[in-house]
Design a protein around this ligand. Sequence first.
Ligand code: GDP
Ligand code: MG
Length: 205
Amino acid sequence: MVGANNIASKNVQAKLVILGDMGTGKTSMILRFVKGQFFDFQESTIGAAFFTQVVSINNTTVKFDIWDTAGQERYHSLAPMYYRAAAAAIVVYDINTMSSFQKAKKWIEELQRQGNPDTIMVLVANKADMITKREVDPEEAKQYAKENGLKYFETSAKTAQNIQELFYEIATEVAQAAPSPSMPSGMKLQSETQERRKKLFCCNT
Ligand code: GDP
Ligand code: MG
């Protein structure tokens, strides 16, 4: 489809995985984004759960297939199945629990070692509404994110702070990274990169 501004529109399907310690608010963040809901007593996720949501950015429609993983160690071996083909990975910690920040760093290391180099990675500090109990220094987290080339967001699934912004930022990056149908052949990415990206950002026009 070609719009009035002569730029072809894109439809991108992107797999998104959310990782992090149990209780950090992964399911709550997704429910806030997908359904606009929040529960003070959110049931823990067993194995993994699946959600979808569509976001429109300029001339691109991004359909997220979201895999919500369980944070418990006994489900750890399932994680590669979700992150290996993920266009984006959100790694969440709870600003009130230092151990969840340590765990987030472990996830980042695992993604850097075993994940796909094209996966967009975001570090998310959740429960920002509970600021009085903060254990993790935001400056330290920001510094860590910077050193590792990650985007960093402070969110609250409870108050909805930065939740839309987080997913829209990811959608924007996904839209930019997806091969464009209108790209002249001379401008095409090197074939190897192109092939790798096609697997992550499957495109139909
Ligand atoms: P998950 O195990 O990472 O999926 O975490 P859940 O989404 O199940 O949330 C664990 C608990 O933290 C639940 O009681 C939620 O209500 C609560 N929670 C999640 N996000 C927030 C938040 O941003 N602020 C506050 N105050 N509580 C939250
Ligand atoms: Mg959960």
